[in-house]
Design a protein around this ligand. Structure first.
Ligand SMILES: [Zn+2]
Length: 510
C-alpha cells in the first residue's frame, strides 16, 4: 500500500499503536510469522485500551505519529502552534521526562545553581521575548506531556529546558561576572560538532552536500536521536534532528521545504550575553521555519541576537547552489558566501574581529587543541576529495579517526569523530576534564537533490559505528560517578534514510 492512499484513521491507529508498544508494533506491521493473527488481536485490544486512556483520543493527535528506526524516533507533528506542541509533548512524553531529568541534573551540577534559579530566568528573562507562536507551542508541549504522563513539569521548566544550550554556558558566566559571584565555577562555552557544506566544483555533480556530527556529553547525546517532521500551519515544512521536548534542532541540522539547508558548529571560548535579546533556540527554530534564502536566514538570526549558543552557521540554498558561513558573534559577525567552494566547522572562529570582540581567549594557531586539529583534518579531507564529495563520502568523513596533530589514527578529542572519553587530555578550552564522557554522539548528511525531496540520512551513536558502554567507563573513571543515574550505553545504529511524510508502514516496506 502506498503511504498516500492511507486513511487518516489508519495512520492514527498506527501512531497510537507505535506509541503504546514501541518496537513490538513495528514488528507487527512488518509481521509474517505464525503468531501474527494472535498478536493482532492482542494489539487491537491494546489500541482500544489506549483510546480509553485520557489523552489518546484527543482530536489534536489526529495528524501526529511516531515510529522507531535505526535507533532514531521519528515524530510527525502538524497544525497550529498549540497543536504541534501538544503532539510533540504527547508522543514523546516519556522521553521528555527522561531527558529533562538528565539535562537539568547536568545544568545544576555544572553551574552550582538550583533549578529554581533556572525557572526564574526562564520566566523573567526568556519568556517575554519569545514570539507568541512559540509560546503557544511550548505551552502545547506542557499540555501534551501532562496528558500523556501526568507530568508535574510546567511552562517555566520547559522553557528553561529548551534553553539548556544557552543558559549554563553563556548566561550564567555572564551573570556571575555581573554579580561578582564568589567562587563561581569556571564555565566555558561548549564545543559542539564537526561539519561541512560544499558546492560547485567541490562536489560530485556540482550539487550542495551538507554533513554534521553532534558533539556533546554522552548523557545528553544518547538522548539526541529524534527526527522531527514538522508541518506547521505557517512557514515551511521542516525535517530536522532534535531533542525530546525542545522546539529547535539545537545541535543543529535541518532542511526546509523552500530548499534551505542548515547546520552549525559552536564558537569555542565565546563570551557574552545580552539579557534583552531573544533566546537562541527561538531564533534558530524561527529561521529554519521561515527563511527561504541565506539572506532571510541571516536576518532572522540577527534579530534580537542574545549571544546565546553562538555558532558558525553553515547554510546551503538548494534553489541557487549557493552556500554560506555565518559566523554569528554578539558584538561582531561575518557572512561568507560562494557558489563554488567548501566551508567546514569544528568550533573555531576565523573572522579576526569576531575573535577579538567575542572570543578573545581563542588561539587560532594552537594546532594542539580539538577545534584547530579538526580544522586541519577537514581541510585535508575536503581538498583530497575535491570534485568527489557526496553523501556517501560525507558519512565516512564524519566517522574519521585521524588526529592531525599526532598524524596518526586514534580515537580522541582531536578526531572528527570525537571520543573524549579516551583522551587523557580532555578538552581544556571547553572545560572538559580528562576522559570526559563526551564526543560525537550522532551524525546526519544530505544534498541538494535529497533536500528537494525532503530527505536526509542519519546515524545514531558514534558516527564511526563504535559503541560507548557506560558500566566499564564508570568503573574506570569514578570521578564521573555523579552521572551514573543518567549515563547510558550509547549504541551505534546503521546509517538510515528519513524523509518528510514517512509512515511506519511505508518504512517497513522499503
Ligand atoms: Zn569514532
Amino acid at each position: 500500500m502506498e503511504a498516500g492512499t492511507e486513511t487518516n484513521s489508519m495512520r492514527r491507529a498506527a501512531a497510537i499503536l507505535v506509541v503504546l508498544l514501541g518496537g513490538a508494533a513495528v514488528w507487527w506491521i512488518g509481521g509474517n510469522g505464525p503468531d501474527v493473527a494472535a498478536s493482532k488481536d492482542a494489539l487491537n485490544e491494546t489500541i482500544a485500551a489506549g483510546r480509553n486512556r485520557s489523552g489518546a483520543n484527543d482530536p489534536r493527535l489526529t495528524g501526529a505519529r511516531r515510529f522507531e528506526d535505526g535507533g532514531w524516533i521519528y515524530v510527525h507533528v502538524e497544525g497550529d502552534p498549540a497543536t504541534i506542541g501538544f503532539e510533540h509533548g504527547y508522543l514523546l512524553g516519556p522521553e521528555i521526562e527522561d531527558a529533562f531529568a538528565a539535562v537539568s541534573a547536568g545544568m545544576m551540577h555544572e553551574t552550582q545553581r538550583d533549578w529554581a534559579f533556572f525557572r526564574k530566568v526562564a520566566r523573567e528573562m526568556l519568556w517575554p521575548k519569545i514570539d507568541q507562536e512559540y509560546q503557544q507551542e511550548l505551552q502545547g508541549i506542557v499540555d501534551g506531556l501532562r496528558a500523556r504522563t501526568g507530568s508535574k513539569l510546567d511552562i517555566d521548566d520547559i522553557v528553561a529546558f529548551n534553553a539548556f544550550e544557552e543558559l549554563p554556558d553563556y548566561y550564567v558566566p555572564w551573570y556571575n561576572k555581573q554579580q561578582k559571584t564568589a567562587h563561581a565555577p569556571n564555565l566555558k562555552s561548549p564545543g559542539n560538532c564537526s561539519a561541512f557544506v560544499a558546492t560547485g566544483s567541490w562536489t560530485k555533480g556540482g550539487q550542495i552536500v551538507m554533513a554534521h556530527n553532534n558533539w556533546t556529553n554522552y548523557a545528553n547525546g544518547e538522548r539526541w536521536r529524534i527526527v522531527f517532521d514538522m508541518a506547521p500551519k505557517t512557514g515551511h515544512r521542516i525535517l530536522m534532528d532534535g531533542f525530546p521536548g525542545v522546539i529547535a534542532s539545537d545541535d543543529d541540522f535541518g532542511i526546509n521545504s523552500d530548499g534551505l539547508m542548515v547546520t552549525e558548529t559552536t564558537i569555542t571560548q565565546f563570551e557574552g550575553w545580552d539579557p534583552n535579546g531573544k533566546p537562541e533556540f527561538v531564533r534558530a527554530r524561527k529561521a529554519l521555519q521561515y527563511a527561504g534564502s541565506i539572506d532571510e536566514y541571516t536576518k532572522i538570526m540577527l534579530d534580537g541576537n542574545n549571544g546565546g549558543y553562538a555558532n558558525d552557521w553553515l547554510l546551503g540554498d538548494s534553489k541557487t547552489g549557493e552556500i554560506a558561513q555565518l559566523e554569528l558573534g554578539l558584538k561582531a559577525y561575518k557572512l561568507w558566501r560562494t557558489k563554488d567552494g567548501a566551508f567546514s566547522g569544528s568550533n573555531w572562529a576565523r573572522d579576526p574581529r569576531v575573535i577579538r570582540e567575542d572570543a578573545p581567549q581563542f588561539e587560532p594557531n594552537n594546532l594542539e587543541t580539538s577545534p584547530n586539529a579538526r580544522r586541519v583534518r577537514w581541510e585535508q579531507l575536503l581538498k583530497e576529495n575535491k570534485g568527489k564529495l557526496d553523501v556517501n563520502l560525507a558519512e565516512k568523513m564524519l566517522g574519521d579517526h585521524i588526529d592531525s596533530y599526532h598524524q596518526r589514527a586514534e580515537t580522541n578529542e582531536r578526531t572528527l569523530c570525537g571520543h573524549v572519553d579516551s583522551s587523557p587530555r580532555g578538552v581544556d578550552v571547553w572545560g572538559w576534564a580528562p576522559y570526559f564522557p563526551g564526543g560525537a554522539v550522532q551524525a546526519k548528511a544530505t544534498d541538494s537533490t535529497m533536500t528537494k525531496e525532503m530527505k536526509m540520512v542519519a546515524r545514531a551513536g558514534h558516527p564511526c559505528g563504535e559503541d560507548f558502554l557506560a558500566k566499564p567507563f564508570l568503573a574506570a573513571h569514578p570521578e564521573y560517578a555523579w552521572q551514573s543515574p543518567y549515563l547510558r550505553d550509547m549504541k551505534a545504529g546503521p546509517w538510515t534514510e528519513f524523509h518528510s511524510g514517512e509512515t511506519a508502514v511505508a518504512q517497513k516496506q522499503r
